[in-house]
Design a protein around this ligand. Sequence first.
Ligand code: PEP
Length: 256
Amino acid sequence: MAHRPYIVGNWKMNGSRALLAEARAIDRAAQRHRGVQVALAPPFPYLGLLRDEVSAIGVGGQDCHAVAKGAHTGDVSAPMLDDIGADFVIVGHSERRRDHGETDAIVHAKAEAALAANLGVIVCVGETLDQRDAGHAQAVIEAQVDASLPRGHGAAEAAAAGKLSVAYEPIWAIGTGRVAAVDDVVAMHAAIGARLIAMYGDAGGKMRILYGGSVNADNAAALLGAPGVGGALVGGASLTADAFLPIVVAAEPDEG
Ligand code: PEP
């Protein structure tokens, strides 16, 4: 059975207690859109608060450490996220790769740790504008997929259960207002899908590949209606219910 479209808001390092009212509004609306799996990833300090205030949407972390505990000041582990009631974690976001020097090997280790903690995982991949202009985008993304995605800890089972997803986020499209062309998204998702089948067999073919990069109310329907697009990872447009909910509506199989 096909998994529901997956619309995930990444609040990045934005938010406040006051902004949780937006999350509550998103949660109320999500109850009317059960055909879409909706989730939010707030900064760590708000995760537990959000968990206690919502019921229809998933709640996740924006990162986790690769080990369960120890001398890693400032980090948060996957078992801690699970303990606080998180449903999933995003790993390998390009801002983590850029700001914290995260390599594919580190992202892979984090994804393995997250699955071992029974969390859903969204693994992010994306090319730079230079790589795209040089004609290397597909090779870059395939290499990231091969090296970043988990192989052990029941990865194929997680893929089959819809607990493992990939977010294709061209770096030049994140937070820039410059959205990728739908044809380019379709081509890249097909390339990623082929790698996932090679890794996980049939389960890989059912995995949701999310698009991320300046998704908003105006472009969501075209992107989400494209073949191979299983949802969206949304940054800026996830901070308010007014901006986020039209994207959820566009993902509804009957309404998009
Ligand atoms: C993101 O944070 O993953 C993202 C895609 O951001 P934005 O939607 O703001 O481009």
